[in-house]
Every structure is written in C-alpha cells, then in structure tokens.
Design a protein around this ligand. Sequence first.
Ligand SMILES: Cc1ncc(COP(=O)(O)O)c(C=O)c1O
Length: 410
Amino acid sequence: MTQLAQHPFTLLSNSRFRPSETYGEHRSTLLNAGALARAQSVITTWPGYAQTPLCSLPALARSAGVASIHYKDEGSRFGLGSFKALGGAYAVARLLCRELGQQLGRVVSHADLQSDPALRQACADITVTCATDGNHGRSVAWGAQMLGCRCVIYIHATVSEGRKEAIARYGAQVVRTTGNYDDSVQEADRDARANGWFVISDTSYPGYMDIPRDVMQGYQLMVHETVNALPQWPTHVFVQAGVGGFAAAVCAYFWERNAQQRPVFVVVEPERADCLLQSARTGAVVAVKGDLDTLMAGLACGEVSLLAWDILATGANAFCTIPDAAAVDGMRLLASPTGGDPVIVGGESAVAGLPAALLAAQDSSARAALGLGPDSRVLLFGSEGDTDPALYAQLVGRSAAEVLRDGASA
Ligand SMILES: Cc1ncc(COP(=O)(O)O)c(C=O)c1O
C-alpha cells in the first residue's frame, strides 16, 4: 500500500495568517526556549527517558511527489504509549514544586522533590485529579506515582476497561462516572473543590492557564528532539488536534525558533470534531456541539483551549478535517508499507497528519494552496502507538506485535 484511497477532506486557508507576524511578547511568556530548557532538564531525569524514533518514509514521499516525509513516532514514550507522557506528568511536577514552595516559603526544585525525604512525605498529602478519556489521565497518574502524590482520575461511561486498567496500573484511584466526558470534567472539578485537590487539565479556560501552559511546555521537548534529529528544517508540518494544545506547542516552537522560515503549518481534525476549523472560519473561538462521534478518541473535542488558540489563530496557515476512514487508512498504510519504508504502529488518534498530507498532495488545488511540491520536506507527529490494543487490532486487522513481527520478517 503506497497510496491513500480518495477520501473527502476540507482544507481551509487561514485568512488571519500573516507571514511577517513576529512571535511576540505575549506568546513568549507562554512558550519560550527557557521554559523548554527547564522542561528538558526535568523530564530527561525521569526513569526510562529516551528520545523517540524519527522515521524517514522515502517511498511514501516519492508516491506523494514530495522530497521527504518524516514521522516522529511517540508510541514508545516512557512506556505510556503517547506524547501525553511529556505533558500531564510534567504539570504534576511543576504543581508540586509550586505548592510545596508556597507552603514552606522557599523555592522547591524538582531535584529537591526527588532527593528530600521530608518533601516526599509532604507530596503524599497532595492529591491531583483530572477527567480523561485515556492518554492524559495515564500521564497524570504516572507522574503522581513517580513523585509520590495521590491521584484520582475520572473517566466517563464509554472509556474502555483496557484504558481504565492502564490508568489504575499507575496507582491512581479511577472513578467511572455515568455521563459523558463533560460530566466527568464537572465531577472531577466538584470533588476537587470539596476536597482541596488540584485539577491537572490539558485544556485552558478563563482563570485556568498555568497548568495547561506547563503541559504544553512539556510537549515541546518532543519537537526539540525532532528538530535536532531532522536532516533539514521542514517546509510543511501537519499536526492533529483535539483542544489544540499539542498543535500549538509544535507551531510555537517553529515560530519562536525561526520566524523567517516557518514551515507551512496545517492543523488536522476529525470532521465531526472540528472546533479549531470552525473557530478559524468564524474568527473567534466557537464550541462544536453534537456527539463528536469519531474513532479518533483523543481528538474528539468540542472546545478549543484558549492558550492554544492564542497561537494557532494567526500561527496556522490552514485547518483541515478528515473522515475516520482516512485515519484508518493511514494506520494501515503505516502498518503495511511498501518500497522499504519502516513498519510503524500508529494509533487511531496518532496518524491524522499523514492522511491529511497525502490527500492534500494528491489534490491539485490543495497542493497549490499549501505550496506542496517536489522540494517539500513534510514533517508529521505520530502522537500515539496502540494505546487501545483491541481497537488497533480491530482496525488494522492484526495486533501491534503481529504488525511488528511481520515487518521484521519482510
Ligand atoms: C494521541 C493524541 N494525539 C493528539 C491529541 C491532541 O492533543 P490536544 O488535545 O492537545 O490537541 C491527543 C489528545 O488527547 C491524543 O491523545
């Protein structure tokens, strides 16, 4: 399989994008090189830290008529299966330093947390919480376990038992709520207020900015690793989005580092959960109603994170939506590559950038609108592996282990 079947997709050029706009002071207070260096100095000390692979897909690039396609594969990140390991856990670490610093009236560093038994004892009296449909909750639970604080995670009715167990494995108390995701957010919030717990959310809203900012700073380590491993600066980046924090962290990195040579930046969403595209079309943040029914569970978000919007509203060149079937084709394409490309296990929320890039490359007007051509160097972020193994096997037709075994023997 070297080519993607035709699928309907939408590409909206962002009329608010200004190529000469500077990164600016406002955005610099949010995501900057200093904050990334701090995140790097913390995260790289955690047990099991290793850079995730950056895979080159030359056969796919040839068939798409571009110079190169690189795919950063986050499936092995800290054994948690997704890039989210970088964000929630880092936000837990930052929160504990801030909170204990306030209690003790002195600066508490991450190194202090790890080396001082009295601080470790104090961490045990702090509880963090969040609502999640999977990856973010896993990261918060893992960070809490690593740093010795308590953790209560709320999941809604349809989160799979497998995902529940994956969170509980990190010592968190997992509470299953009866309603949908929004109900679980409200329940987490209510219990946090009643019990003096700290909500670690990956999305921002008025009055709640510090923790989602820390989450995004953690994500930037993934971009930094990628840029250091790339042979050349990319010309095009396609990134999938839920609330937009992940895409904004990537966009901000390129913008801050080299405003003159920003890659063409495309935000990709499921067609049934397109809050960023709708916000871009309207020119202001809009919430998408409805059941947000998509296989891409991590991207099934109806409301944009305000911090992310600050960056993407004028920083993204275009917004794109794809149907679920295109994402499934993307997973299969990575699982059964031809022409010598490596086999990659990408989960249903991981791969959306790939079909978006290939569909755009196959379509003459999208190709022209994005300036895709034989010299283009396309960068994609594969944000998870098979974080729901049963669903992965059902969609691809083989388990991740079988895909990798078949790839090794091919
Ligand atoms: C695998 C995966 N990719 C991408 C995203 C999107 O991240 P964000 O919600 O910050 O846009 C998520 C969110 O949960 C995810 O789990």
